[in-house]
Design a protein around this ligand. Sequence first.
Ligand SMILES: *Cc1c(COP(=O)(O)O)cnc(C)c1O
Length: 344
Amino acid sequence: MKIDIQKLVRKNILNLKPYSSARQEFEGENGIFLDANENPFGELNRYPDPYQRKIKQKLSVINQIPFKNIFLGNGSDEVIDLTFRIFCEPGKDKVLTFSPTYGMYEVSANINNVELINLDLNEDFQIDPETLKPYLSDENLKIIFICSPNNPTGNSTKNIKYILENFNGIIFIDEAYIDFSPEESFRNKIKNYPNLIVSQTFSKAWGMASARVGIAYASEEIIKFYNKTKPPYNISQLNQNSILDALNEENIKLVSENIKMILNERKMLIQNLAQLRLVKKIFPSDANFILIEVENADQIYQRLVDKNVIVRNRNSVIKNCLRITVGSPEENKKLEETLQNIDN
Ligand SMILES: *Cc1c(COP(=O)(O)O)cnc(C)c1O
């Protein structure tokens, strides 16, 4: 299957002459910099590296993926929005999601005035290829968003291979929770599929949500469009520095120990919640949260809030379901005790 990425890109983006910043024209580190109207005084006086090269170099080594296949965004949210802006003609093109899923795809679609086709996942929260099939040949369908492990359901998504083999548009796999999952990342598959984008983030397993750094792995061609379309200095130097500091061997070990601890806590949380009468169902999770079905989600949510325990009420999305992030041992204990009291 030969896919022409350029044909998927909006005409105005294809023809766009990107902003050329001072720091792009001269890339050396030494010199007297009088090119960017910066202030010579102060600590944060210089513009940051527009391409975040040091971070990408490290990520490239750690994940064994070429530098040219990596893009960094101001959180995955920016990556998602840019993907709309590159590929979707407002008022004409469409994207497809499987619901229930992460809310940002729909918000981004609305902001960009792009029609969203929403197909229901089946009762195991899996994609049904037969339902999807008729949509795959729609010329105006530009992007399919797949979240795996899926938020808010927690499960990994099967049948992704089917979509990769049968769709000629952009396939965006959101792997924000992949480090908590036993499943392998699709990022190594970008070699085989020029239309595949795999997004990851420093916000969850890395514990750096406040640094706002998301990653996209994709073909060199797609990465070029991201670079062309993004704001020139999309990640601040402060945020770049904190990510750079985190990308060392010692911290990577710490991160993987924290992941193990969270997975162990998840296991215990599931065991303990299963004892409660008010918990009707606990859905399987490959992420750092669990989805539970309770008797009356609105009421239980409110009673938890009254005790200063905040979970995510997903009743409006999946009837009587709460999404609970796996916290520290103390936090989980507090949640369990509070629910026990409500149960009695
Ligand atoms: C939390 C989350 C993200 C992370 O978004 P950032 O902007 O990188 O913080 C991305 N996708 C999903 C599905 C998430 O749940």
